[in-house]
Design a protein around this ligand. Structure first.
Ligand SMILES: Nc1nc2c(ncn2[C@@H]2O[C@H](COP(=O)(O)OP(=O)(O)OP(=O)(O)O)[C@@H](O)[C@H]2O)c(=O)[nH]1
Ligand SMILES: [Mg+2]
Length: 461
């Protein structure tokens, strides 16, 4: 891995007005540069004499003319105990755009290079201070908007995921070495007993990888929100359900079928799980242009939702439109919501049970069943979450793909072994799995992948 050993600098605080702005400098010249533009407030002070983890109050000056740029606090963190494991200096100045920029320009004028997005964190990774998932957790933490996503990112920053994967990798390496010893000494026929032992260990690792991979969706729900579409034929009470969830009259509700014409999205929080809930136009055979367009959008929302609430009117018999909806949602994750339980029942529950989906009976009018519906949404989407939130979770698609690749390579290695194929094939698949895991943690990687990961970061981190 190519490592560029120069000094980089960037503004680490958001660009705009703020109380304080920070220019961060990292690399072999960081302390020299800070020294050349710093003047102690009362007595002269040489930054290069400052101890690690110290902060100095003074003025940033233009080294050419000696003009004062701003009052500053300069903190010094010496290698290797810094964010990047290099010498790091942070110049705290007033947080105005002109001031922060001027300080940065001065630092660049003294020989630093403007840092690329994520370059400080990339150095922390290349210098071995953090693993790749930890680097990604830094970005997740910066982007976290809910308390739960903050907690997930922080957990990953602690390095639990890499630690766990390292353990799994070690046990695969052992099996691999074992198998390769047999390849090198073919006269020692591999025993059926050892075969079974290796198979058992491999499938244990594969199950662990698959379980980790599944945590991705659930973690994503916390980060981006679970998208929930309320669908059904007209007049069953979809908009009423949205309003009941939000506890306000957000959507127009009337007794005229076809009231809702467009999709309507709102944010909602259930037990800390953020939902993006969408009310849609009633789906039926329609001729009118606006309604047809509305229904098109309903179908799109249905397709794109993580979870659907299929609403039915419990006071009426199932109609053809209802039957078609049941068909439409057959392969979607979701629940049947039977509304209007305050009215005399007219629906045949048996006719619905063929769908295989769970039914929840509610009345948006009286509020009956709403709590049960909420807990069903949580239950269905966060089945293993309680257990997982204490452990490690997968937070991005890159990590998930690495895991899935590793798991399928392991499945192939198992098939090779049980199918009596040559051990070479078995060992190639095992090595593929090892590469998948190594790619996740960053033990095996290349410049292109790293550039892709870090280019998504913000500048100054
Ligand atoms: N009795 C009773 N009436 C309800 C209930 N929920 C909704 N309604 C009534 O059903 C009618 C339709 O409600 P909406 O919420 O507009 O139905 P919708 O599914 O959004 O209808 P479209 O927008 O036309 O697709 C209104 O007159 C509501 O007052 C309920 O739980 N009980
Ligand atoms: Mg409506």
């Amino acid at each position: 891995m190519e490592y560029i050993d120069d000094t980089i600098a960037a503004i680490s605080t958001p660009v705009g007005q703020g109380g304080v702005g920070i220019v961060r400098v990292s690399g072999p010249d960081a302390i020299r540069i800070a020294g050349e533009m710093f003047r102690g407030r009362r007595a002269p002070f040489d930054i290069s004499a400052a101890g690690t983890y110290t902060m100095r109050y003074g003025e940033a000056v233009d080294p050419s003319g000696g003009k004062v740029i701003d009052e500053v606090l300069v903190s010094v963190m010496r290698a290797p105990r810094s964010y990047t494991k290099e010498d790091v200096v942070e110049i705290n100045c007033h947080g105005g755009m002109a001031t922060v920029r001027r300080v940065l320009e001065t630092v660049l004028g003294l020989g630093a290079r403007l840092a690329a997005p994520g370059e400080f964190t990339k150095r922390a990774f290349l210098n071995g201070r953090i693993s790749l998932p930890q680097a990604e957790a830094v970005m997740d933490l910066i982007l976290a908007r809910t308390d739960e996503s903050r907690r997930i990112a922080l957990d990953q920053l602690k390095g639990g995921l890499s630690l766990k994967l390292e353990g799994l990798r070690d046990s695969l390496i052992e099996i691999c070495a074992f198998a390769e010893a047999y390849i090198d000494f073919p006269e020692d026929e591999i025993e059926v007993k050892t075969n079974g032992h290796m198979l058992g260990r491999i499938s244990d690792v594969r199950l662990e990888l698959e379980k980790l991979s599944r945590t991705f969706d659930e973690a994503r729900f916390f980060r981006e929100g679970l998208s929930v579409a309320i669908v059904g034929r007209p007049n069953v009470g979809k908009s009423s359900l949205l309003n009941a969830f939000l506890e306000r009259d957000r959507a127009i509700v009337t007794s005229i079928p076809g009231t809702t014409r467009d999709v309507l999205e709102e944010g909602l929080n259930i037990d800390g799980l953020p939902l993006r809930i969408v009310d849609t136009a009633g789906i039926r055979k329609a001729d009118e242009v606006i309604e047809k367009e509305g229904i098109k959008r309903s179908l799109y929302a249905l397709d794109n939702a993580d979870y659907v609430l299929a609403v039915f009117d419990g006071s009426e018999n199932l109609t053809e439109d209802d039957m078609e909806l049941i068909e439409l949602i057959r392969d979607k994750k979701g629940v049947m919501v039977i509304n209007k339980t305050d009215l005399p029942p007219g629906i045949s529950y048996e006719a619905m049970s063929g769908s295989g989906k769970k039914q929840v009976r509610i009345s948006t009018l009286t509020g009956e069943g709403l709590a049960e519906l909420k807990s069903e949404i949580i239950r269905a989407n966060l089945e293993n979450w309680d257990e997982e939130r204490e452990g490690v979770v997968i937070t991005n698609l890159r990590q998930k793909l690495c895991l899935d690749n590793a798991a399928s390579a392991l499945a192939r290695s198992e098939a090779a072994l049980t199918g009596g194929q040559p051990l070479e094939i078995f060992s190639i698949e095992l090595r593929d799995a090892l590469d998948g895991i190594g790619g996740l943690t960053g033990a095996v990687t290349n410049d292109m992948i790293l550039d892709k990961i870090f280019s998504d970061f913000c500048i100054g981190k």
